[in-house]
Design a protein. Structure first.
Length: 107
């Protein structure tokens, strides 16, 4: 599974998902969902429902996660993008949150 990147507590990661036809033409799926797994808790963000998911261009969608809380220190966060309908495709990646020595790292 590819690693998107490493972030610090307080960062606000942005994850891009790109959807294309078999011919490589960027195309919007009928439905786009991102599933974010932090520990044992999965949260689903859906384009057109959740403001955290935006479309940047044809076939390209951006998930802006909430600011990483102190509780995410040292965790690996799994992010899965699912497109269904006009284009059916999925991708799963992960991010790592650096450990912090601060008990209250955010202001």
């Amino acid at each position: 599974m590819p690693k998107i990147g490493t972030f610090d507590v307080g960062d606000q990661p942005r994850i891009t998902a790109t959807f294309a036809t078999a011919a490589g033409v960027l195309t919007d799926p009928t439905t786009v969902k991102f599933v974010v797994l932090i520990g044992a808790t999965a949260t689903t963000y859906t384009f057109g429902v959740d403001a955290a998911v935006t479309k940047t261009s044809a076939g390209v969608f951006l998930l802006t996660l909430p600011q990483l809380a102190a509780a995410t220190s040292g965790l690996e966060i799994i992010v899965r993008a699912n497109g269904t309908g006009a284009v059916t495709s999925s991708d799963e990646d992960h991010i790592v949150v650096n450990r912090t020595a601060f008990t209250t790292p955010l202001p």
